[in-house]
Ligand binder design. Sequence first.
Ligand code: GLU
Length: 276
Amino acid sequence: MAGGAVTRFAPSPTGPLHLGHAYAALVADARGQMLLRIEDIDRARCKPEWEAAIFEDLRWLGLRWPAPVMRQSDRQAVYAQALAKLEAMGVTYRCACSRGDIRAALSAPQEGAAMIGPDGPVYPGLCRDKGIAAPDAAIRLDMARAMALLGQISFDDSGQDHAGRHLKTAPELIETIGDIALARRDLGTSYHLSVVVDDAAQGITEVTRGADLFEATAIHVVLQRLLGLPTPAYHHHRLIRDDQGKRLAKRDDARALAKYRAEGATPQDIRHILGI
Ligand code: GLU
């Protein structure tokens, strides 16, 4: 632990922790008081065994964190409250589109190449003015309305690839991110909404995470500003890649910490492999 920052490691219990997770956790720990958060909103993909394995792997690495551990599956009511606040501000709308509807709209001949945002192709706005009322529809952020309130947003990053202040204007966010989903029909929330609400609730002052999430940070800052929550500092760190240069994926069990451990590696060996 170093400095006065409060950081977090926020894994999803959908598989074994691999070298990339170990690096993320060690960076969070090195840069501040690391809190742990289990990102398990997607109940269908998360398993208690994987959660237990996360604790075991992190302890083995030599990491410790204060209790209680925040678990997103306990916090549906808090996410619903945040969503209700955004709805009351008039910066959301309900969306009944299936993935197929969106794909069809994007491949219509009059459409140019779809812009790819942090969540995939930028939503073409099909339901924006439909006034859909179905309570079980997905809920999207109306980026144009949100940015009409905010003007522009900014945040600071101290990671090596993105070091500096990042300023995002309304036209840029509308074009490159657009109307992202704030609540999936089946989950009642989304990664973006939950992370923003939870980072504030945990008092996180520096968000450390992989550079693959850099593009999503603008979404999080928009939501912080709309919800009146503080914007933490960001530190997007390098990604750990395999020998072919590919980013490690959850399925990459060959790089699972448990496997290294079973083969006799020590936590010090892991730090060495990670270049720490
Ligand atoms: N839960 C995400 C992951 O497993 C990390 C989220 C974050 O750090 O914002 O990659």
